[in-house]
Structure formats: C-alpha cells, structure tokens
Design a protein around this ligand. Structure first.
Ligand code: NAG
Ligand code: NAG
Ligand code: NAG
Ligand code: NAG
Ligand code: NAG
Ligand code: NAG
Ligand code: NAG
Length: 524
C-alpha cells in the first residue's frame, strides 16, 4: 500500500485541532470545512521503507518506542481528516462502490499532535440488519492512521460508522495491558452511501483454494464483509438453541455465496472477501474428505471448529471433542466414507493447562508427540495451524514471540518437508473481545501476533505447493464487540437454549462460516 502524504501541513492540523478542541467525537461540527475535503492529508514523520513487510515495520516501531520523549505522551483525543461535512440531517453522503480514504490523527491532552503510532483504533461500518464489516486501518507511524471505507452499491443506504480507541501508545502489546485499556468510542458518524445509476452489478467469483494461496506474507487485510439479503425477522431460537430461520432449500444470493444459506444457521448473514465462498452440503463435503487425513494444531477454537465440522456439515451429533484426539469418523449416511482427524492443542503441552502457546514446542516430548501424530499412518492431506490467544498471555515481549514464531515455523518446515503435497492453512487467531480486551490476549496484540506468525510461516512454508491463508481475525472482527456470537474468545460454542452472559442463547455461525472456508481450502 502506498504511503499517502501530500498537501497537508502540521500547522493545518494544529489549526484544525484548535477548532476541534479536546472534545472527542465532535469532529464534524467543529472542524473548518477546508480541512474536511477529501484528499487533504496529514504530514507524515515516519517514512515507510517499501521493502519492509508489515510485521517488520511493526517490530521496528516497537523497538524504537521510547527512544523519543514524545513517545511517552499519551493519546487523549482524535480528529478525522478527509471526510466531507455532514448534511443538515447529520448524515454524510458518500458514493458506494468506491474506496474512500481518510485519516484519524491522534492528539495529546495538551493539543499537540502525537509523534508516533501504536494506537489501536477499532472501526466498524454497519447497516442495521444487512451489513457489518471492519474498514481496514493502517498505522502510518506518525500519529496518523489511514482508514479505507467501501460499501457495495447493492447495499446503498444509511450506515453507522464508529471508531473506538482501545489502546494507546502500543500498550495493547504489553504483557499485562489491563490498566492501560482505553476503550472509548471516539467517533460515530451516520453515512448515507448512494449508488450511481450506471453501476455495474458487483459480481464476485467463487473462491477456490488458489484464492487463499499465500506465497509471501498474508495479505494484511482480507477486507471481508458480512452481509445479509435474506432473513427471517420473526426467527426464534429452537429448543436446542439453534437458529433454523430460513427454508433449508433457500439458496445464497449469488453476489454473496453459493449453496444453501440456511445451513450456516446465521439467519442469512454470510461472509465474503475478495471472492465469495461455497457453502458445502454434507454429500459434497464427504465426497472430498473421504479417505483424507486432516491435522489440526491450535487453541480451543480448533475444538469448536472440528466439532462444528462434524456436527453441522458431516452429520454427527457430538457433545464435545477433546483438546487432543486422533479418530476416524464415518459418514452416518454412507458407512463406506471415512475421514481421519487428528487435533493437538497448542495452548500448553499439557492439555490441562494453558498460556504457553508456541512455547509448547520448546518442550522436547511435545515436539516428538506432534511429529508422531502427524506422521502416524502417513502424512496428512491438510494441516490447519493457528496460535495466538495463549501466546498473548505468555510472552513478555514482541521479540520473544518473534523467536517462538520462527522456531515454530522451522519446526513445521522440517516436519512437512519441501515436497509436501499437504495443503497447509495458516488460520489467523480470532479478534478477541469483551473481557479479553483487558488481557494479554487483547485484539491489539492478536492483530500484531497474527501478522508476525503469518509472515514467519510464509517464509518457511510459502514455497510449498499449497500454503494458504484464512483470515479468521477479519471474519470474527465485526462480531467481537458484544455477546451475540462469542464469550470473548470462542465464536463457535455449541448451541444451547441457556443463559449466555447477557442473553439467552448465542450465535455460533461465525465459526461455522470458517468451517466452510476451510472446506474450500481443503477441497476445492
Ligand atoms: C513517562 O511519563 C510518565 C508520566 O508523565 C513519567 O512518570 C515517566 O517517567 C515517563 N517515562 C519516560 C521513559 O520518559
Ligand atoms: C512504548 O513506550 C511507552 C513510553 O515509553 C511505554 O509506556 C510503553 O509501555 C511502550 N510500549 C511497548 C509495547 O514497548
Ligand atoms: C445506528 O445506530 C443507532 C444507535 O445504535 C441505531 O439506532 C440505528 O438503527 C443505526 N443505524 C443503522 C443504519 O444501522
Ligand atoms: C441518501 O441519499 C440519497 C441520494 O441523495 C437520497 O435519495 C436518500 O433519501 C438518502 N437516504 C437517507 C436515509 O437520507
Ligand atoms: C421464521 O422463523 C419462525 C420462528 O423460528 C419460523 O416459525 C418460520 O417458519 C420462519 N419463516 C420462514 C419463512 O422460514
Ligand atoms: C483410522 O483408519 C486408518 C486406516 O484408514 C487406520 O490405519 C487407523 O488405525 C485408524 N485410526 C483409528 C484411531 O482408529
Ligand atoms: C526451537 O527450540 C527448540 C527447543 O528449545 C530447539 O531445540 C530448536 O533448536 C529451536 N529451533 C530453532 C530453529 O530455533
């Protein structure tokens, strides 16, 4: 991505800031119009070297953190630049189908502009029942943050755009960040996206494994979205806590996915990215998986994913799967079809414990155990890897995590070999929410860890024929703000008509969507 900067001086930013005062969230009313034109950019102090990857840039900035006095100045306020002024009704009008770029600029309590990055801004763009996504944010390293906003013309209409500041000054990356959690909504804007009349209908192709292929580093943003064209407004949880809202024969809107939409049990919500995903039925999934060996290595979210695969797609009815297991599963509808599954927890070498993460691999017996399960009965056809939540609690510095990520990547390279035909999927760690925002595994750190581990794995495994990337951070992000869909870390807990934090029952479709995306990685 280019590093945009032109036409804008710090003096202008200060002048604008004078109008905005220190009040948060009042940007539109208070900024003079000349600073609100699209295209006006804050000046950067930190030139991004084009040959550095995003993880390298992050690590460099963290290493440089504290070397200038101004690094110790906390962010207290933020101003938005580049967004047009609101109409009388309080709504901003923007064209759909276009990428709108604008900038969040961080300021200190004394009104001075922050000199460096490390603020974690969470963004959300939602249209009530039809759209929910995370506009990507790029930390430009100089106290300004590029936001890119786009809505498809098929979904023109009114949106809420919100920005929350969760951590300032890299503090989400601290070992124990809780006391620094800022967690304030900074902006809430109403935007009316309008579609041009000569618009071409937006068409995505159906994702194939090649669309998930990643040879260098993972794409920094999938820029995916959850959207919904079909839903049942009177849908109720059934007695098992399931959302069976639509006709089982109801097909996806062809702009969003392909297959039977009801089997996501999402009341119509579906995730799509640079391509649309296939929703697999049981027969199609069995046809692909029959005779295959799948190996999962990751945290407790993998348990949910494996169980959801077995129950919602493959026709089983399991109450739970263990943190570590090796088992063969038969198709209940056709006993001649069998899939071999192995899953090993990596939160800790001892599955009764937690919070070692990739440090598990520093235990020789654990390394031997993982190797033996991977090799037992022949190499797997697919390997699905993830780590992050336990690492967030364990590692004291980014450098320690980097070393562990390198070590793990070399381990997998050695184990899978250069010639591996296995499809290897790095599935990034979820966007943690709720209580996890105050913990070592907060979403600021998970984003950083995903980028580091993704790049280290890609360096070692990117040469394989089938190394793929699935961005579960992006998939889960729009749903991490409340209890609708997770307990803060798990987005695929079994359905139950029971008390769930602040409500009865919960959605589990976010993980079920991941199951279907993984089937594309393994099967297409
Ligand atoms: C950072 O600021 C705090 C509070 O203003 C001060 O106590 C601390 O010594 C400063 N640290 C550095 C490294 O300048
Ligand atoms: C960044 O520097 C600030 C100020 O010196 C410090 O308070 C903070 O803990 C540092 N963050 C990290 C991740 O090193
Ligand atoms: C915007 O947010 C408000 C307050 O949460 C809500 O009442 C309204 O329905 C939202 N509008 C849209 C278009 O989502
Ligand atoms: C959004 O803008 C369009 C085109 O200007 C207008 O027709 C429509 O009424 C607006 N919608 C809202 C909710 O303001
Ligand atoms: C909508 O949901 C309700 C309650 O879950 C169900 O009874 C009804 O059949 C559903 N409507 C359709 C069209 O599927
Ligand atoms: C699974 O099936 C394979 C043959 O396909 C067999 O070698 C292996 O022992 C079985 N594993 C288990 C745990 O039953
Ligand atoms: C990873 O750590 C293990 C255990 O400490 C060690 O034996 C191995 O050499 C390390 N590998 C790399 C590539 O650093």
């Amino acid at each position: 991505m280019d590093h945009p900067r032109k036409n804008f001086t710090p003096a202008a930013a200060f002048a604008a800031f004078g109008f905005a005062c220190v009040s948060l969230g009042l940007y539109v009313a208070l900024l003079p119009p000349e600073y609100l034109d699209r295209g006006s950019l804050p000046a950067g102090l930190w030139a991004r070297a084009p040959d550095l990857s995003s993880a390298e840039i992050l690590l460099r900035r963290v290493a440089e953190n504290g070397t200038q006095g101004c690094h110790n100045v906390s962010t207290a306020a933020a101003v938005l630049f580049g967004i047009p002024r609101a109409e009388d009704g309080g709504e901003i009008t923007l064209a759909a189908d276009e990428v709108h770029k604008f900038w969040i600029v961080s300021y200190a309590a004394d009104g001075s502009r922050r000199c460096s990055g490390g603020d974690f801004y969470e963004t959300d763009i939602s249209a009530g029942p039809t759209w929910k996504s995370r506009p990507p944010v790029t930390d430009l390293g100089d106290g300004s943050y590029l936001v890119e906003l786009k809505v498809n013309g098929d979904f023109a209409g009114s949106y809420n755009f919100t920005v929350s500041l969760v951590y300032t000054n890299f503090h989400g990356l601290d070992h124990l960040p809780g006391k620094w959690a800022f967690k304030k909504e900074m902006f809430r804007l109403l935007i009316n996206f309008t579609a041009g009349s000569r618009r071409r209908k937006h068409q995505l192709h159906t994702c194939a494994a090649s669309d998930l292929r990643s040879t260098t580093s993972p794409p920094s943003q999938w820029q995916g979205r959850w959207s919904r064209t079909k839903f049942n407004s009177s849908c109720q949880l059934d007695k098992n806590g399931r959302y069976l809202c639509l006709d089982p024969a109801e097909q996806c809107d062809e702009s969003q996915c392909s297959g039977a939409i009801n089997s996501l049990e999402s009341n119509g919500w579906v995730y799509s990215a640079h391509c649309k995903f296939r929703i697999w039925n049981s027969a199609e999934a069995w046809q692909c998986l029959d005779g295959k060996k799948l190996f999962f290595w990751g945290d407790s979210n993998h348990q949910d994913t494996v169980r959801n695969l077995l129950n919602f797609v493959l026709g089983h009815q399991l109450k739970f799967v263990d943190r570590i297991f090796v088992a063969n599963f038969t198709n209940p509808a056709n006993p001649s079809q069998v899939v071999r599954l192995a899953s090993i927890f990596n939160g800790h070498p001892d599955p009764h414990h937690n919070f070692l993460g990739l440090g598990s691999l520093y235990v020789p017996q654990y390394r031997d155990f993982v190797r033996s399960v991977v090799r037992q009965g022949g190499m797997p056809d697919a390997v699905i890897l993830n780590s992050g939540i336990h690492d967030g609690m364990n590692w004291k510095t980014m450098a320690e995590f980097l070393e562990a990520a390198r070590n793990a990547s070399v381990f997998w390279k050695d184990l899978l070999g250069d010639e591996s035909k296995a499809r290897v999927v790095f599935r990034s760690t979820v966007a943690t929410g709720l209580g996890f925002r105050d913990l070592g595994s907060n979403p600021h750190k998970m984003e950083a860890f995903n980028s580091i581990l993704g790049e280290e794995l890609a360096k070692e495994l990117g040469g394989l024929e089938h190394f793929m990337f699935v961005d579960d951070y992006d998939i889960t992000f729009p749903w991490h703000y409340d209890f609708c869909c997770s307990d803060g870390a798990h987005f695929g807990q079994p359905p139950a008509l029971k008390y769930w934090f602040d409500r009865i029952g919960h959605f589990y479709f976010v993980d079920l969507m991941l199951v279907h995306i993984l089937l594309t990685a393994i099967c297409s």
